[in-house]
Write a protein that binds this ligand. Structure first.
Ligand SMILES: *[C@@H]1O[C@H](CO)[C@@H](O)[C@H](O)[C@H]1NC(C)=O
Ligand SMILES: *[C@@H]1O[C@H](CO)[C@@H](O)[C@H](O)[C@H]1NC(C)=O
Ligand SMILES: *[C@@H]1O[C@H](CO)[C@@H](O)[C@H](O)[C@H]1NC(C)=O
Ligand SMILES: *[C@@H]1O[C@H](CO)[C@@H](O)[C@H](O)[C@H]1NC(C)=O
Ligand SMILES: *[C@@H]1O[C@H](CO)[C@@H](O)[C@H](O)[C@H]1NC(C)=O
Ligand SMILES: *[C@@H]1O[C@H](CO)[C@@H](O)[C@H](O)[C@H]1NC(C)=O
Ligand SMILES: *[C@@H]1O[C@H](CO)[C@@H](O)[C@H](O)[C@H]1NC(C)=O
Ligand SMILES: *[C@@H]1O[C@H](CO)[C@@H](O)[C@H](O)[C@H]1NC(C)=O
Ligand SMILES: *[C@@H]1O[C@H](CO)[C@@H](O)[C@H](O)[C@H]1NC(C)=O
Length: 661
């Protein structure tokens, strides 16, 4: 008996454990193509058998592998991309990837590597991207170099590397990106950089290494796509060290937590002896900013001085005729003229976003920037009562103007007369006042995109948009219309070329049937977040094949005669409406089910009425709308009365006849 009991117990235990496995067995998720799998953070200790041999992309981060060897991935020979971030890997054994000829990217970020075998990366002859970030590497000798001829990017950030001296046989001919950020590199020698000789157009990142010395000539006649020395304490050392080099983009910004020296004119002396196209100096402090600070900036094409604590740029800067792009975001200007724009006569792009103080546009401050094409003044607390002809004087070639997120602006008649080439104007979230019946945009014949969202516009001014002959994209989101209605005559009648019209969140209750008649080219109409009812769709009866967003309105019923209007559109969003799922809406519900391919956001397109169907997806509703019991009762009563009437009238006629015989 006893053995039987224990047998039974054992059986129970086994079945229990058998049951436990599938329920706790974590599943990798795959895409439909059977090539892309995600097994992140599943506590796995090996590659699951459920992954098919066809797997090409495998995200396997946050599991436990400790060692990887030739058997670990041997089945998955089609791998192209392998992410093994933070899998506690210590050992990468011989021939781990020997059959993985297509492998292009290996990510070993965050593994405490102790050993990588000499042949661990042979096999993937096409390996292009290798991530060894945060792996505890202290010397480049650690990296097995066999068969890395095709390597394009090597990421070595956040390690303990102190010298960039690559092993002698390190293949650099295809190298494009070499990332050493946040290591302990303090000195760069000629020998170091000579090893990179073969790499042309290299992007080299030394951010977060406090460089204390560069051997003279280390960068002599070398060419780089980009060099980053962000967070270095003494920039003079960098500029001196880069003598005779050619650099497309030089990033020398600093970080909030870095303690560094103020920049002076002496700092930049080395810049005269090198060739640089673009410099970023973000977050630095300048000491004694004067025109001589910029003495060596004359060949620059782009200069980024974001958050450089500036309250002005000195006058009398000479020779910066090559500068095409100037970024002055997040500084402390009081007035636009303080940037002394005349020093940069060739400027095409000027950004003064997010100024920390209220920015006064002044008058004629940019008038020397005849070639300016793009001007961004958003988020800069700008306020002006009569904008913008004096403020934007002479910007004849301006194509892009961003004045969004500013303080109230009063727009005069033809407010942008000075910028007749404007193609995009963004005034979103800036309160505008326009004196009716004028159009501030009268002369903007080339304007294609106009963002007037949340501008508190007077939409009753029918001439507001007059003159915008070529306008394609108009955003009126968040503006209100009188009585919540777009009437037959309205401001849209002058912009017949519109293709995209956004009227979401405009508190609309109704739209006149003729309101959009002038708009034959519209292909995208957003009416979401209003209070429109089904009847408003009548205004769209002349539009065909458009994207129509009616989400979050007050649509309960769409009458049968308006269903053809919906049928002729290409995509419709009806989500978040209080839709009626009773028989009074049966035509619409039937139409809906037949046109599911046109509708988007089906999950959120649900019934509100009757209460029993609240929250049910419209596509799941089944209605039987025959004659109801009450209806049958009335019909029976009616027929009964009819018969009664007939009998009485026959009786009456007969009696009448007999009386007259
Ligand atoms: C993916 O695998 C499943 C099961 O093996 C198969 O039915 C399906 O056809 C495969 N899909 C593709 C795109 O190969
Ligand atoms: C893995 O390496 C071992 C020892 O070198 C070898 O015996 C075995 O055949 C290899 N396995 C595969 C799948 O290549
Ligand atoms: C997957 O690969 C393994 C080892 O290469 C092989 O034994 C197995 O038959 C393959 N499975 C399929 C379905 O091809
Ligand atoms: C250099 O690299 C950049 C991006 O890394 C690329 O856009 C550019 O075309 C390359 N130039 C040459 C000459 O290869
Ligand atoms: C830079 O080039 C000039 C002229 O070719 C040369 O005289 C000078 O020594 C070079 N400087 C360095 C640091 O290599
Ligand atoms: C910064 O470097 C320059 C040139 O190497 C040197 O003359 C200067 O003294 C250094 N500044 C400080 C504060 O160390
Ligand atoms: C204008 O600036 C705002 C805020 O900086 C930004 O969100 C918006 O995308 C810009 N507009 C355009 C058209 O780029
Ligand atoms: C204004 O609209 C344009 C075009 O859709 C868009 O690119 C821009 O980001 C919008 N501006 C803001 C501040 O959202
Ligand atoms: C439908 O409109 C809602 C509300 O505006 C929006 O959240 C949703 O993303 C839209 N659906 C699709 C598929 O774009």
């Amino acid at each position: 008996m006893a053995p039987c009991v224990s047998c039974f117990l054992l059986a129970v235990l086994i079945s229990a454990s058998c049951k436990a496995i599938p329920s706790s067995d974590p599943k990798c998720t795959g895409k439909d193509d059977n090539r892309t799998y995600n097994c992140e953070n599943l506590g796995l200790r090996e590659i699951p058998d459920t992954l098919p041999n066809t797997t090409e992309v495998l995200e396997f981060s946050f599991n436990f592998l400790a060692t990887i060897q030739n058997t670990t991935f041997s089945r998955l020979i089609n791998l192209i991309f392998l992410d093994l971030t933070r899998c506690q890997i210590n050992w990468v054994h011989e021939d781990t990837f020997q059959s993985h000829h297509q492998l292009n990217t290996i990510v070993l970020t965050g593994n405490p590597l102790i050993f990588m075998a000499e042949t661990s990366l042979t096999g993937p002859k096409l390996l292009k991207h290798l991530f060894l970030t945060q792996t505890g590497i202290s010397s480049l000798e650690f990296i097995p170099v066999h068969n890395l001829e095709n390597l394009e990017s090597l990421h070595l950030g956040s390690n303990h590397i102190s010298s960039i001296n690559l092993p002698e046989n390190f293949p650099t001919q295809n190298l494009k990106v070499l990332d050493f950020q946040n290591n302990a590199i303090h000195y760069i020698s000629r020998k170091d950089t000579n090893a990179l000789e073969q790499a042309t157009n290299l992007s080299l990142n030394f951010n977060g290494n406090d460089i204390k010395g560069i051997e003279p000539g280390a960068f002599h006649s070398k060419i780089f796509q980009s060099l980053k020395f962000g967070g270095s304490f003494n920039l003079s050392i960098i500029f001196k060290g880069l003598q005779n080099s050619t650099i497309q983009s030089l990033w020398l910004g600093t970080f909030e937590d870095t303690d560094d020296q103020d920049l002076t004119s002496a700092t930049f002396e080395g810049l005269c002896d090198m060739s640089v196209e673009s410099i970023n100096l973000q977050k630095h402090h300048f000491h004694d900013l004067s025109s001589s600070t910029f003495r060596c900036f004359t060949q620059l094409q782009e200069l980024d001085l974001t958050a450089a604590h500036l309250n002005g740029l000195p006058s009398g800067i000479d020779g910066m005729n090559s500068l095409k792009k100037l970024v002055l975001n997040e500084n402390n200007f009081d007035q636009l003229c303080q940037i002394n724009a005349a020093s940069f006569p060739s400027l095409r792009v000027l950004y003064i976003k997010g100024n920390m103080r209220k920015l006064d546009l002044g008058t004629r401050c940019l008038e020397k920037l005849e070639n300016l094409q793009k001007l961004d003044l958003s988020h800069s607390d700008i306020e002006a009562s009569d904008c913008c002809n004096l403020q934007l004087k002479n910007l004849r070639h301006l194509q892009y103007l961003n004045l969004s997120y500013n303080e109230p602006l009063g727009l005069e008649d033809q407010a942008f007369k000075e910028c007749p080439q404007l193609e995009l104007l963004d005034l979103a979230f800036t309160h505008l006042s326009v004196k009716a019946p004028h159009s501030p945009f009268q002369n903007l014949h080339l304007l294609r995109v106009l963002n007037l969202s949340h501008c508190l516009l007077d939409t009753s001014n029918q001439h507001l948009l007059a003159g915008l002959r070529d306008l394609r994209h108009l955003n009126l989101q968040g503006n209100s219309f009188q009585d919540g209605s777009i009437s037959k005559t309205n401001l849209l009648q002058t912009v017949g070329s519109l293709e995209i019209l956004i009227l979401s969140s405009c508190n609309l209750l109704s739209i006149d049937q003729q309101a959009f008649h002038g708009l034959g080219n519209v292909n995208h109409l957003d009416l979401s977040h209003n209070s429109l009812t089904g009847d408003s769709t009548d205004a769209l009866n002349h539009l065909k094949g458009i994207y129509l967003n009616l989400a979050s309105n007050n649509i309960r019923i769409i009458p049968p005669h308006l269903l053809p209007v919906l049928s002729q559109q290409s995509t419709i969003n009806l989500s978040h409406n209080p839709l009626d799922c009773t028989c009074s809406n049966i035509h619409f519900i039937t139409w809906y089910k037949e046109n599911l391919h046109k509708l988007e956001h089906l999950e959120e397109t649900t019934c509100t009425n009757p209460p029993s169907l609240r929250g049910v997806k419209l596509s799941d509703v089944k209605l039987h709308c025959g004659i109801t019991g009450v209806g049958i009762f009335f019909i029976v009563v009616f027929v009964f009365l009819l018969i009664l009437l007939l009998i009485f009238s026959v009786k009456f006629i007969l009696r009448w006849k007999y009386q007259h015989i």
